[in-house]
Design a protein around this ligand. Structure first.
Ligand SMILES: Nc1ncnc2c1ncn2[C@@H]1O[C@H](COP(=O)(O)OP(=O)(O)OP(=O)(O)O)[C@@H](O)[C@H]1O
Ligand SMILES: O=C(O)[C@H](O)[C@@H](O)[C@H](O)[C@H](O)CO
Length: 233
């Protein structure tokens, strides 16, 4: 009896990437003040990797529609330079700037002007107005810089929640002596120097919280803004 020839094993199909489908990876970069998620697609069969030269020339950068505008709060106690730094930072980033003090209910400003520190209950409505303004900007697809004391962690967390969590803080840090000098030299502002100690006592330093850049204010406004921009990345 002649043995039957064994059937030839079928050749395994070669794994072929589907046309046009490279392997994708993601990164982030700042474009015109917006934090953008970028897609890097390598040609079929290659692994995409940011900065890896063999594939770099094939890499295809594509901005995603999920790119998020930047939302930044410049924070700290009275007289630390929030308004001066916030305005210049916004200009440098090409973003709008909101002076948070103008959003205080008039009763809050009257209270501070009389030398009485604000309470949590005074600040909640104000923080909610700031949060709503920032959220509205982001919804329109616009980045925004706001000056706001944001002295306690609960206040910052409320602002983070209002903006969907994508909020950066630039914390302006300075000595009591320097703050006293700057507040003392300032004229025509409702905030009396006598409230500085209550501001410092209320401050919960944010260093170490996510998205916080701490900058020393013992330098020019330009220097502070340059440090802030480096820290923001
Ligand atoms: N880096 C700096 N060097 C010198 N002077 C500064 C600097 N930053 C701010 N100033 C001055 O210090 C004073 C306080 O600054 P600014 O009003 O910007 O602080 P602020 O944090 O917005 O204060 P507030 O919260 O009380 O409104 C102003 O007179 C401002 O011109
Ligand atoms: O939370 C607060 O106690 C206030 O926001 C103050 O910080 C002032 O608004 C500001 O500093 C103006 O001088």
């Amino acid at each position: 009896m002649v043995p039957k020839p064994k059937p030839k094993p079928k050749p395994k199909p070669k794994l072929k990437p589907k046309p046009g489908r490279g392997i994708r990876t993601f990164g982030a970069r700042a474009v015109d003040g917006r934090l953008s998620r970028v897609e890097i697609t390598a040609p079929p069969g290659k692994v995409a990797a940011r900065g890896m030269s063999p594939y770099r020339e094939h890499a295809h950068l594509q901005e995603f529609s999920t790119s998020r505008p930047a939302a930044i709060i410049v924070m700290g106690v009275s007289g630390c330079g929030k308004s001066s730094v916030g305005a210049l930072l916004a200009e440098r980033l090409g973003l709008a700037f909101i002076e948070g003090d103008v959003l205080h209910p008039p009763s809050n400003v009257e209270k501070m002007a009389k030398g009485t520190p604000l309470t949590d209950d005074d600040r909640w409505p104000w923080l909610d107005i700031i949060g709503a303004e920032m959220a509205a900007s982001l919804k329109r697809g616009e980045g925004i810089v706001v000056s706001c004391s944001a002295l306690k962690k609960v206040y910052r967390d409320r602002l983070r929640a209002a903006t969907g969590g994508s909020l950066a803080f630039v914390y302006l840090h300075g000595s009591r002596q320097l703050l006293t000098e700057r507040m003392g030299a300032r004229t025509g502002h409702f905030m009396p120097l006598s409230l500085l100690d209550s501001q410092l006592a209320t401050l919960e330093v944010p260093t170490g919280e996510p998205g916080v850049v701490t900058v020393d204010i013992d330098q020019s406004v330009e220097g502070i803004v340059a440090d802030a921009m480096r820290g923001l990345g």
